[in-house]
Design a protein around this ligand. Sequence first.
Ligand code: CAA
Length: 382
Amino acid sequence: MDFSLTPSQEQVRSQARAFAQERVAPMAREMDERGAMPLALIQEMADLGFLGGPLPKEFGGGGWDAVSLALCYEELGRADSSVRGFMTVHTSLVSQCILQWGNEAQKREYLPRLTCGQMIGCYCLTEPNAGSDAASMETTATLDGDQYVLNGEKIWITSGNIAHLAIVFANAEPKLKHKGICAFLVATDTPGFRREKMRGKELGHRASDHAHVVFENMRVPKSALLGAAGDGFKVAMSALDHGRLGVAAGALGVAQACLDASIEFAKTRRQFGQRIGNFEMIQSTLADMAAGVDGARMLVYRAAWLKDQGVKVTRDVSIAKLFAAETAAQAASDAVLLHGGRGYSNEYPVERYYRDIKGLQIYEGTAHIQRIVIARELLGRE
Ligand code: CAA
C-alpha cells in the first residue's frame, strides 16, 4: 500500500493550502458576519484553476484526479465551509455532472465558462415536500411541442441567487415516479425562473447564498435536457456521488481545523499554574480528535483513490461522508468545550466550525440517508 501523494497532488494541496490560509481564513469571520462571500474570491478560485480542477484540459480544466480534488476541498474546508461548499456545488454537482451526462454541444457551451468563472452553477433538486425523498419531487415538466414547460419550486439552493446556470430536476411523467424525472440545463435569466433569498438566518454557512427558486410556466427547449428524458434521477444521484465526496473532504478539513485550534489553545492557555495541555482530560480529547481526523482522512482518500481506479464508489463515498462529518461534529463540539468561554464567542473560529459542521451532516444527503445508502449496499434490495 502506498500512502504517499504524487508530485502533482502535492502541488494542488500546497496551492490550495496557501490560498485557503492566506486569502480565505483571514476573511472568514467577516464573511460569516456579513452573510456573503465576495464574488472576487470566486474569481480568484477560477483564476487559480480550482473551479475547473477536475475537468479535462480541452474544457479549460486542470485534469486533476479525484485525490487532488479531495485535497483541494480539504484545504478549503479547513479555512471556511461556505467557500468550500460553494466550490463543491459549482464544480462537483454542476460541472462534473455536465461532464458525465452532457452531450458534446452542452459540454462545449458550458464547461469552459464554468471553469473560468464567467458562469456560476447551481443544482436545483430539493423541494419543500421532497428533501431526503428526492424522487417524490412535485416540480413538473410538461411537453409542449419541442419545449418543456416547468412549474414548481425548489429550496435551499446553494448559490441560487448568484448563479447563471441551473441544473433543474422536474418530473415529466409523475405516474412513472423516479423514472419520469428529467434533468434540464437552464439559464437563470430564462423567463419564469424566479429566485429569492431563503427566509430566516442559517445556523452555519452564513457566507453561502441559499435560494428559494420558483418556476412559473418556465419554457425550456428539449435540447436543454441533460441526459435522456427519464434519466433525471440517475443524473441527480450520480452528481451526488461527486458532491458527497467533496462534502466528506470538507468535513475532514473542519475536523483538522478543530484539532489545530485545540492544540494551539492547549499549549498556550494556562490554568492552575500550567498549560492546560498538561491535564489528562485535555490530552484525552486531543488524542481522540487526532484519531478521528486520521480515520476520516483514510476514508476520504480511499474513496477518492477508488474513484480514480474507475470503481463505483457510491458506498465508499457515503461511508466517507458519514464518518468525516460525524467526526468533525464531535471534534467541533469538543473544541468549543476545550476553549471554554472563548470557544463560545466568534473571537475564536471554533464557534463557526461548530455551527458550520451541522450543515455538512445534513446537506447532500443527511447522515441518516448515508446510512441507508450504505445499508442497502450491504443487504441488497428485496
Ligand atoms: N448513481 C446512479 N444511479 C443511482 C444512484 C447513484 N448513486 N443511486 C440510485 N440510483 C438509481 C438506482 O439504480 C435506481 O435505478 P432503477 O430505477 O434503474 O432501478 C434509481 O436510481 C432509484 O434508486 P432508489 O430506489 O435507491 O431510490 P430511492 O427513491 O429509494 O432513493 C435515496 C434513494 C438514497 C434515499 C435518495 O433519494 C437520496 O440520496 N436522497 C437524499 C437526497 C439528497 O442528498 N438531497 C440533497 C440535495 S443537494 C443539497 O443538499 C443542496 C444544494 O444546494 C446542493
